[in-house]
Design a protein. Structure first.
Length: 162
């Protein structure tokens, strides 16, 4: 039986990514027309690493950055979420190994400013890390949201020149 890959190995495994594909079939019903950029896991991690302390980013902003980088209509919502989750677990794995320069995954929120309960340590850990950076987390039913998260979203204004 093959040994299970570590989170850091999963993060480093680009397979055949990144790639840009035409939106067709059932995808067009949901995503419209154009192209979708499917980033490599390390590309998602790289965007997450750029978010400074006190700032936040959502999966949608990461998708927009990926689409812009690859000149696509949209960034894939499915793989972006999966790769952010892998990056979060790889960061926790690195921290457990004593590394201090890890991806600040807790600064990456779901749509609407919601904390991701699937990140390492779940809501309690992510909430504690965000509050330690000065953010206020409020409960809305079972969901937890960063108060006024929109004003804290990091803006990557760099444009690439050909």
């Amino acid at each position: 039986m093959a040994k299970r890959k570590t989170w850091r190995e999963k993060l480093a495994d680009d397979k055949d990514l990144p790639k840009v594909v035409k939106i067709t079939g059932k995808m067009s019903t949901r995503w419209g027309k154009g192209t979708v950029a499917i980033a490599a896991p390390r590309e998602i991690d790289a965007v997450m690493r750029k978010v400074p302390e006190g700032k936040l980013i959502t999966i949608n902003e990461i998708r927009q950055a990926v689409a812009k980088k690859h000149k696509a209509t949209i960034g894939c919502p499915i793989t972006t979420g999966i790769f952010a989750w892998i990056a979060a677990h790889a960061a926790a794995e690195a921290a457990a190994a004593g590394e201090t320069e890890i991806t600040p995954y807790w600064r990456t929120l779901k749509t609407g400013g919601e904390l991701n309960p699937k990140y390492p340590g779940g809501i309690p850990r992510v909430k504690a890390l965000l509050e330690a950076e000065g953010h206020t987390v409020i409960a809305k039913g079972k969901r937890h949201i960063v108060a006024d998260y929109e004003s804290q979203i990091v803006k990557f204004t760099k444009t690439r020149r050909s």
